[in-house]
Design a protein around this ligand. Structure first.
Ligand code: SF4
Length: 157
């Protein structure tokens, strides 16, 4: 389950049955209520696939004014895309974790902090899937269309 939108946090199935949807409840599982959006994912969905789609969109929405946001989110999105496709070099999970730390708190606004919170929660919630993808073993869900909607900003413009 995804709680709090694209700056929010993923919850495991077990957590989603235990947590209360308020600030205190979400804080207890390292999450936030954020915008209040809650999305229950089908069991067939791939969390890494979904996360890669959203990370690409988040990176593309940077205002391009701060280096860590502009270059850091792009690098994280690129590495996550490699993970989605099972085409990675070296320890991509350690790299993603390090880059998230490099970006956090280094923008003029909190936008990149929300993006790396989303990424970190994916690596934690979908740890086994992330490790499988890193070894080139993608799950069947990674070949299906992503479930989470990605706004088409070109159409909205
Ligand atoms: S951190 Fe905020 S102000 Fe800086 S580029 Fe990103 S969105 Fe713009």
């Amino acid at each position: 389950m995804l709680v709090g939108g694209y700056a929010g946090t993923w919850l495991t199935n077990e957590q989603s049955h235990q947590v209360t949807l308020d600030r205190r409840g979400m804080a207890a599982v390292g999450g936030i209520v954020g915008c209040g959006a809650v999305v229950a994912m089908p069991a067939s969905a791939c969390g890494i696939h979904e996360t890669a789609s959203v990370m690409r969109w988040l990176a593309d929405q940077t205002a391009g004014q701060c280096g860590p946001c502009m270059y850091g989110l792009a690098a994280i999105a690129g590495a996550t895309e490699g993970l989605r496709q099972g085409r990675v070099e070296g320890d991509v999970l350690a790299r993603l974790t390090r880059w998230a730390g490099d970006v956090e708190g280094r923008g003029a606004c909190r936008y990149p902090d929300g993006a790396v919170r989303f990424m970190r929660s994916a690596l934690k919630t979908f740890k086994a899937d992330a490790q499988a993808h890193a070894l080139g073993r993608r799950c069947p869900g990674a070949t299906r269309p992503a479930v989470l909607p990605i706004p088409d900003v070109r159409r909205a413009a």
